[in-house]
Write a protein of this length. Sequence first.
Length: 290
Amino acid sequence: MTAYDYLITPFADFAFMRRALVGASVLSLSACPVGVFLTLRRMSLMGDAMAHAILPGAAIGFLFSGLAILPMTFGGLAAGLLVALFAGAVSRLTIQREDASLAAFYLISLALGVLLVSLKGSTIDLMHVLFGTVLALNNEALILIAAVATVSILCLSIVWRALVAECLDPVFLRTVSKSGSPVHFIFLILVVLNLVSGFQALGTLLAVGLMMLPAAAARFWFRDLEPMCLAAMLIGIVSSYVGLVVSYHVSIASGPAIILTAGVIYLASLAFAPRGILFTRLNPQRHRIA
């Protein structure tokens, strides 16, 4: 088998492979920068919580319309935003912190979503909702992913400076500007939007992987925010391509293959990147100066 047969033929011969690559790559363009901001704000686990939070809304859409994209998408979006609002309200009205309330709500959401899907669907339907079917993306799903990516990139460009300021010193931003709370809410919407978009390709349990793993890996390569976001996008696209190629030739599930590829890149970055373990151990003084 030549390199062309191994690397190009799956996409040249099969339209579903091309759609899967386009969908996952476009998703990487918007979800990975959002993941970078989540890591910088020390909110990485919030992405996981919100990924579970969209499940009951998607399940309600499934109960009424089956696996139709738009009802499940709007249901997931509404559920994710409600959980985010409830968690914020609990943290402001009670002694419980936002991370604890998010954990409580996402556990309730996960159990409720699985229960709702099981009422009407089969085990196959439940696996589709939880883990996605990236190889079954149709044109409607690709349009949705592209629309979310466009909105996300535009919104990030508009609130970029405020997001950077909030990452550095949220208290200062709230002191000198009234944009702190609106920016935080816009960012939560972008998180939910990208998770709902990723849900179409990777399901609720794996969508957060494409958002967070490339972002976490990129932090080991760059210190500045803009290169970090670009690196996260590139890692997401490479993970999508390599994961699809491996899944095609080895006959394994494509979604997990994409996330595991991103995981391998993360582990390699952890070990060998300029800000990884080996470099900082061999050059501790340079790491402190940098």
